[in-house]
Every structure is written in structure tokens, then in C-alpha cells.
Design a protein around this ligand. Sequence first.
Ligand code: 6PG
Length: 268
Amino acid sequence: MADVPVGPEIIVLPDAASFVAAAAERVSRRCADAIEERGECAIALTGGDTPRPIYARLAREPYRSRLPWDRVRVFWGDERCVPPEDPRSNFRMAQDTLLQHVPIPPSRVHRMPAERADLVAAALDYAEELSAHLPPGDGGVPRFDLVLLGMGEDGHIASLFPGAPALRETRRTVVAYYVPQVTMNRMTLTVPVLTHAAEVCVLVSGAQKADAVWWALEGPPEPERVPAQLLRRSGGRVVWLVDAAAASRLSDRPPSGAAPPEGREAGG
Ligand code: 6PG
């Protein structure tokens, strides 16, 4: 009998402190499991504000000593098209909160070259870097052991925003494009990479995300308007780590607004 797709695992934490602790523990355990399974772990980091305290927690004991950082490869799920030293850079945020505090060899930190003028070539180069360092999954799609994602109030994940042509990309693993919702160019992994990952962990906190969480997990299918719904087709494990405020609309009560939460993104 064909495997029945398993739905996401939803873990609700009572408050911000337990959310951060649970997320750090989950990341550490997943990386340790991957290292035990295949000798190393390839993880894609998310940007935004939500992961900051989680990365800072991973930079401290016991996680700093618990993980063999020389067996971890770090990539990004998306990047703002700014120089790496720019305060908006997801690379800089991860450097400041985590990577400069742990003994990970620089050769195992794979930054998205999103500051380059030729973004088509830069996306192709990063796609090649994925293929060079990740095992091929189904159809040859590079397979991450863990992809961390945040989610915007409009339901975007990585830099896959509502209405973007990138949502329908099935061949390329990395694309770059102008995102009107944030009035800037972004580079992002595409849906095939996210849905072929061994595990995707979506990290969402705050009451302002409650409508988007309901739409992503319990709303009627509108993936063009709520890109996080695209994770419903994942072949790997999908875990939602949400705090109680962000989960407050779940248990199939429609959120306050009738339409999907599009156009609410203030930035992110
Ligand atoms: C980015 C992220 C983006 C982020 C969401 C949520 O580059 O900003 O990759 O997808 O995860 O916008 O952002 P917050 O965590 O700041 O709410």
C-alpha cells in the first residue's frame, strides 16, 4: 500500500524561554543523529529575528561542546542581496550569534553570495555548491539533513513570498529575484530543496504570527497566497516548533481575518 503522507509534527511551547530551549535541543539532536547516520550534518539556517536567541543558545554550553562542529556543514535557506557585513545580512546574523563562537572550520560555512551583481550566476554557483557537498535525494535533488525556516506574517518561508514565480520553480534549487513585499532582491532555496530535506523545522513565535500559523497548518489550500502550505507536500519530516502565542488560532478555528494573511509583511 502506498505510504500515506504523514502530516507535520506540531510542538507548542508555553513561552519564549521554553521555545528557544526546545529549538536548540532539537537542532542539536538532529545534527548529532545525522552525524551518526552518515558522518556529517548539512543544515540550512534561516534568517530573521526569531532564530537569534536559538543560535546564541547553541553557541553556549552544553551545545558548544556537544556538537562535533568539524562534522557540520552550514548553508543558508535564503539571503538578502546585501554585502555580508550589512546588518540585514542573514550570514552576518548567524556569524554574530553562533558561528564565530563555535569551532566550525570556515571551509564548512557556505555563505550565499547574494551580494554579487550577477545574481543569476551567483544562484547557479550556490546550486553547484549544494550539489558538491550534499548527498543527492530523490531525483538528484541535494538533500539537507535539516532545514530551519522562520515564517513571515504573510506565510512566506525562506524568501518564497506570496505570488512569487519562484513558488512554482521545479528544476532550479536556488533562485534570486526582486521581492516587492520587502523592496529588495533576495536569494533563496526553492521548494524542491525544502520538500526533499530529511527534516524541516519551522520556528514561529509571537501572537502576530497566529493567523499565518493557522493558514499554514489548518487553512484551505492556497499555497500561492500562503507559501508555508507548500511544506504539506514534503517527503521528509516537517516539525513546527511554535510558542503558545503563535499557536493560539490552531484547533481549526478560523483566524480573525477571512482572507489569507497576505500583504501584512512589514519586513522580514
Ligand atoms: C529572512 C528569513 C525570513 C524570515 C521570516 C520571519 O531572510 O528574513 O529567512 O523567511 O524567517 O521573515 O522573520 P522573523 O523571524 O524576523 O519574524
